[in-house]
Each structure stands twice: as structure tokens, then as C-alpha cells.
Design a protein around this ligand. Sequence first.
Ligand code: HEM
Length: 201
Amino acid sequence: MVKMIQKTTAFERIVHLLLALSCLALLLTGLGFLYQQELGWLNTIFGGVHIARGIHNWGGIVFIVSLIFSLGTWVPECLKWTSDDSKWLGMLGGYLSREKDKEIPPQGKINAGQKLLGIVVFISGVIISISGLILWLSVPSALWVLIHNVCALLFAVFVPVHIYLATAANPGTFRIMTRGDVPLYWAKKKHPKWVKEIGAG
Ligand code: HEM
């Protein structure tokens, strides 16, 4: 029997699901508004511009609530930046290396790339939420539209990369957000500092 250890709680997984679904709905409807000529069909999929607008506004509220609830989960981890993280990022986690068994700097509960995603989601998540509320509840100004769209662009770049790395690129990772547990041998290889920290090794 393979020994498993728990990486996420049910609460964390539900919050991540809400964050992911709302973020994807916001990205798709938002792109439909921004590029009406080219991507207006995205809003048609959601039932037309009017319904897409409602999904975007209320999806934004779900996003804000799930962002607040997820802060305690990964923000403290993201702030624990060490020299191993800088080294990991410098070599992009070895993902682009041709060497199969390249030495990777040891990582904590989440790796440096995941920390970077967490920091981007947190900072641009706060700014996109504030600018979104201003655009929804007051007279839109060009500056707030620009700020909102620049943050959306960051999400449009980081989120597809995150989804790819959390699924196809690293088989077995997806279960962290469905079942929550991972094999101990896998955790020892990918997150040795965390395994030591919780005394599971
Ligand atoms: C819909 C497809 C998605 C999948 C399959 C997915 C999968 C995952 C997995 C497996 C983890 C845990 C990684 C680990 O602990 O080793 C994770 C963490 C995380 N996800 Fe997602 N995710 C998705 C969408 C999103 C979206 C849209 C966002 C952005 C708002 C997001 C933000 C995060 C953050 C901030 C973390 C914690 C930091 C990290 O581990 O990278 N995820 N996700």
C-alpha cells in the first residue's frame, strides 16, 4: 500500500473550486466584452451579452469572497521565500531542462513557481476586485478600465500556465484539489522541506 499524506483540507478544496470557477467565468466573459468583434461568441455561449454581464458582476462577488477565504491557505506559504526558491525560479524548476534527473533545490509545501502564482493572484486579485467594484457601482473612468484590464491580462497569462502545470504537465497533482492527499514518496521528492516540517518522513 502506498502511504499517503494530506496536502489540502476539504475547506481549502471547496474554496479553490469557487475561486477557479469564478475566475474562469470572469476571464471568458471579460474577454468577450473586451474583444466584441473577435471573441463576442464567448458571451453568446453564456446566453448573450446581458446574461454574461450578470455572470461577470456576480461572479466577481464569488471571486472576492473565495479570494478572502483562500488567503489563510496559501498567502502565508507564499511569504516564506528562501534562497532555494530563488534558485528554483532561476532554473524554472528544471521544467525546460533536457537532463532527466537534474538536481532541483528543495521546496516547501508549495514550490517557488506556485508561490509566484499565489503572489500574482493575491496582488492582482485585490486590485482587479477593487477596480471591478468601482466600474460596476460608479461612473467608469478610462484609468480604472485600464487598471482592471492590466490585472485581467496577468490572470490570462498565469492561469492557463497554472492549469497546465497542475494537470497534464504533472500527473497526480490534480488530486490535491479533488481528494487532497498525495503519496508520501512523491511529497518527499517534490516538497522535502514540507515533509520534514510536518514530521511525516
Ligand atoms: C480550473 C482549473 C484549475 C486546476 C486544475 C487547478 C489545480 C490546482 C492544484 C492541483 C493546486 C494545488 C497545487 C499544490 O498544492 O501542489 C492549485 C493551487 C492553487 N490554485 Fe489552482 N487550479 C485551477 C484553477 C485555478 C484558477 C483559475 C486560479 C486563479 C484564481 C487558481 C489559483 C490557485 C492558487 C492561488 C493556488 C495555490 C498556489 C499553488 O499551489 O499554485 N487555480 N490549483
